[in-house]
Ligand binder design. Sequence first.
Ligand SMILES: [Mn+2]
Length: 320
Amino acid sequence: MRFYDIFNGDADGLCALHQLRLADPHEATLITGVKRDIALLGRVTPSPGDELTVLDISLDANRAALLGALRIGARVRYFDHHFAGDIPHHPLLEAYIDPSATVCTSLIVDRHLQGRYRAWAVVAAFGDNLRAQAYSAAGELGLDHPEVETLRGLGECLNYNAYGATLDDLHFHPAQLYRRMQPYSDPLAFCAQAPELDVLRNASAGDLRKALALPIEQVGTDAVAVFMPEAAWSRRIAGTFANELARRHSDRTVATLVRSGAGYQVSLRAPERGGAAMHLLAQQFESGNGRARSAGIQFLPDADVARLMALLRHPSATGA
Ligand SMILES: [Mn+2]
């Protein structure tokens, strides 16, 4: 019998797995990748009796592989907050799925573990840009302000590291970061001892400086868009940059568009004060997906840019 830990390579995926494995240590084959690489379950060829733990990747996007694994007789534990569609009923499937906008996968795991490693869930919530939830969960831990800000920095660095078209764009393979985190039940101890964090902090600050120098386009009165060049730094910072723009333009929808061949990779953020559901907007395009506050389009062909701009101008017209 083998264990497979299959997880999104961002802060949320890493911290979800880390909490579960602190509670229930098992040597496992790690399957992960860049944040946008969500078709991870299909990379495993399970045998009967194998145990698969799947974290922070849409069930809907992995449905065929999931059904295949269950059919073979593998046991699957599935924690996620992305769009799932119908959740299959199967005696070998244990699913903890909550797509509400106020949770991330690590907070679902935290609930499951009754808060045992909550500080890591706080790190993940910051990484997924759920600041209100992160501060509220941190409040229950009795940490002082600088400690909470350290957790925020860690979450943002881990999240930043996962953005890229391929693993070559990243500073660290997410599995390598997970291995570095593994000995630490306390993220503050990890922060004090991990040189990787200095690398990520400096790199993200440098990438963000370049992004903030780009022109911001006003799209009607309700949205802003930034077009970014085809470069590894753009691909790495686009998500963090979109979060930063959303804070600076809290009443607007935000779009970052990174040039990618004959089109763009798009990140979308809802106005902080609430507004249209970004996943419904993204789903107007073939490769769009995500959540209400944060969504993306993997590849937007040049021919579709005008249509996206029109939808950003009048988001309610999409039913979003
Ligand atoms: Mn997540």
